[in-house]
Design a protein around this ligand. Structure first.
Ligand code: XMP
Ligand code: MG
Length: 182
């Protein structure tokens, strides 16, 4: 049973992902070089491949933490309700925070998390996302670092799932609609 058979087309291939990580890594290294030990917070589970590839192109002493927040309850549409399933273990007070996300869609998840981290006293909070789907926005939200802007399609792979499957595809692809309509 191959995973690739469920993919309609590849949207971001492995070479493009590599170039995105190199470009964003350089940009972040440059922007954060005078900051003291920024904390990169990955939002589980979708961030995992992106964060680990990107972080290897950030040539600075950074800390890495994870939070598991979810506005999803299966299927392909996001609910308005953002829940924290696992919090981070470090205080963010007075710290520069860079949140790593797989995709910004409605903007609800990040809007909630940015507000929470600021409320906890973070000095700065910025977002790096592999994918930006601006046509999906319900809340105005602009991530500072974007790998690639994509159309309003449901995508999987390189961390992104449909019902927990496809995260291990090495590229980002559009899922065949018959997979989620059957
Ligand atoms: P919001 O809507 O709050 O949510 O910006 C971002 C989260 O929604 C999930 N998401 C997707 N997951 N394919 C996926 O596999 C998609 O096309 C997609 N769009 C949104 C994802 O978990 C993201 O972190
Ligand atoms: Mg996610």
């Amino acid at each position: 049973m191959s995973l690739a058979k469920d993919i309609k087309s590849i949207l971001v291939n492995e070479q493009q992902i590599k170039e995105i990580c190199e470009r964003l890594g350089k940009e972040i290294t440059n922007d954060y070089k005078s900051k003291e030990r920024p904390i990169m917070i990955g939002l589980l589970k979708g961030c995992v491949p992106f964060l680990s590839d990107l972080a290897r192109h950030i040539d600075l002493p950074i800390e890495i933490e994870y939070m598991d927040v979810s506005s999803y309850h299966g299927g392909i549409s996001s609910s308005g309700d953002v829940k924290i399933r696992k919090d981070m273990n470090t205080s963010v007070a007075g710290r520069d925070i860079l949140i790593a996300e797989d995709i910004v869609d409605t903007g609800r998840t990040l809007d909630t998390i940015v507000k929470l981290l600021k409320h906890r006293g973070a000095k700065s909070v910025e977002i790096v996302t592999l994918l930006d789907k601006p046509a999906g926005r319900v809340i105005p939200f602009e991530p500072k670092y974007v790998g690639v802007t994509i159309p309003k399609e449901f995508v999987v792979g390189y961390g992104l799932d449909y019902e927990e499957i496809y995260r291990n595809l090495p590229y980002v692809g559009i899922l065949k609609p018959e997979i989620y309509t059957k």
